[in-house]
Design a protein around this ligand. Sequence first.
Ligand SMILES: *[C@@H]1O[C@H](CO)[C@@H](O)[C@H](O)[C@H]1NC(C)=O
Ligand SMILES: *[C@@H]1O[C@H](CO)[C@@H](O)[C@H](O)[C@H]1NC(C)=O
Ligand SMILES: [Zn+2]
Length: 480
Amino acid sequence: MAISRIHPLFLLLLLRAFALLPTQAAARGGHDLPDDGDHGSISRNLLQDKPHITEEMARGYMSNAELEIAVHAFGSRCSNISRIYSIGKSVNDFPLWVIEISDKPRQREAEPAFKFIGNVHGDEPVGREVLMHLANWLCDNYRKDPLATLIVENMHLHILPTMNPDGFTLKWRGNANNIDLNRDFPDQFFSVNNDINYRQPETRAIMNWIKQEHFTASASLHGGALVANYPWDGTKDTGKRYYGCPDDKTFQHMASVYSQSHYNMSLSKEFEGGITNGAFWYPIYGGMQDWNYIHGGCFELTLEISDTKWPKAAELPVIWEHNRMSMLNLLASLIKSGVHGRIFAADTGRPIPGSVTIKGIDSKVRASRTFGDYHRIIVPGEKYDVMASMEGFRPKSTRIVLEQGAVNLDFILDPDGADVLGNDYGCRCGNDMMFHVQEAHIWLYLLILCVLLTLYLVFKRKTASRLLAYRYSPRRPVAV
Ligand SMILES: *[C@@H]1O[C@H](CO)[C@@H](O)[C@H](O)[C@H]1NC(C)=O
Ligand SMILES: *[C@@H]1O[C@H](CO)[C@@H](O)[C@H](O)[C@H]1NC(C)=O
Ligand SMILES: [Zn+2]
């Protein structure tokens, strides 16, 4: 309580100071090149020995202007399976372009959605190049390669090649304000200031993005190590130790899908199986992946995809090849495994944005507002009690046996009581189309009412005048 009264800027300063403490100085996104003075042991202190990125090193990488052209060129070349949009702008006003890939890119569908984010750290540019390779590969292989076809037709993939275009130009880690974007998200333990207005514009763009799209999972791409990192990223007491989130097994599975499909990530000597829990590696606070899981119900991995942060551009095609099957299999796993379905209201038959939980796992996956569809990633080969719930409805639970493939499971929930019916309910449904249909109905009712009223008035007037006529007619007695 008291904390909220302290000036936010002061708290920001505190947080930054905190981030500068030696133990916290290391940064998710990996470490620097092996330090000679340290006999090859790898320094994780990114604030020291920062490699100077020369013009020579930058050669062969797309500039921001070139990337922008590449994104739009992709949009025209692959126009019927893509949509280009921006989620906001960087500090220096560069648009944060996103490529959406799907066979119906301009429509909402009851399908899982995934986001790939590259170049979170300005000096880790591999992700932005690799993501353009991924987009182009999907476009070139759609309807030729089964995996490409599966992905394009059964999910919506959103690719943000660079989250930090300014940092890239400046050839440093942070954004133009020199803030590390992977420390700028509201944190579960050190929630210094969760007001979205005090975040960096790039962070804010991501935070608003997950309100617009119903993401099932995501991954951000970094450089400086070779490992698939999963939540939690931080511990409550800042201690460095394994600290799993409720979906620890799910995340281990997801991270393993990536590392096992990689050319040699799983052979890592440093990380068993090529995966690691974030806090076990080194705790960080304000990271993007924990925030996604907590606030977006979005299962996010932090992928370190190249040992060197800024390799020579000539190595990029090889790095893409090494990561290609990992990226494709991670995406495909969202379709080919897990529990998927829709939640409906029994009384109206309409989809409802309820949530799905699995017994024994303290986390929720939300169904979309439009279709009531949910997509729950979960380790295959086990039995699960899956429960759907929604305010105003009685929850329902079913036991499923999940083999290797995906399970489809719809829920039809009964309303709790009469108080959930009526207009209030219609709004809660939040389905735009439904709402318009309802609106159309109201207008129709009003029209019919008007017609009836007019007819009634006309009839009444006629009757009245006839009655009057009768009354005053000397020729006919008033009928009683
Ligand atoms: C994309 O365009 C090609 C050529 O016009 C067409 O054959 C194909 O059906 C389109 N694909 C989709 C998903 O609409
Ligand atoms: C993976 O392969 C790359 C390129 O050949 C090599 O530089 C790297 O050391 C290898 N890493 C592991 C963990 O085997
Ligand atoms: Zn990074």
